[in-house]
Design a protein around this ligand. Sequence first.
Ligand SMILES: [Ca+2]
Ligand SMILES: [Ca+2]
Ligand SMILES: [Ca+2]
Length: 175
Amino acid sequence: MVDAFAQIFNDDAWASFDPSSDSFTIAGTAAQIMLGEVSGGLGDIETVLELDDARLTFEGGLTDFDLGRFTFFNGSTLWIGEQRSDVFDVLRHAPASTHADNQLIGLDGNDHLLGEYGDDKIDGGEVHDHICGQGGDDMIQGGAGNGFLNGGQGNDVLHGDNGRDNLRGGVAMTA
Ligand SMILES: [Ca+2]
Ligand SMILES: [Ca+2]
Ligand SMILES: [Ca+2]
């Protein structure tokens, strides 16, 4: 959190912090941010949130990341799964974000992830994930393991990564 505060005070153009609610407002969409784990000074895992050249660092890994503390531009949703098989469908689980550019991170487990009309960024993580970007120009990453990736409509970018993947850029599938 020390790093986070230093960054906020140095540059409040991209992120602002509300101490009364202990929450951050990010001046970018959930799909625009880069989120990843790094090892901190004492070998502890930290999560780094980056937007362009600015970054915030938080104690703990992605599964410890408290999503409730963040608000992203245009009502977009950031969602991170557990280390098991998760289902996340933007239309069902984040209906206010169906036209926003969302980011879904499946992590471990056979995840079933569905974007909606926005330009979504979806990363299945490990094992056999089933991902559909639906409308919009989506960025889809299968991660390790056999995946089923479907971009739906729009100019999508699909990365199968390791494993035997089934990639489809064409028409949206029915959920
Ligand atoms: Ca989409
Ligand atoms: Ca997964
Ligand atoms: Ca798409």
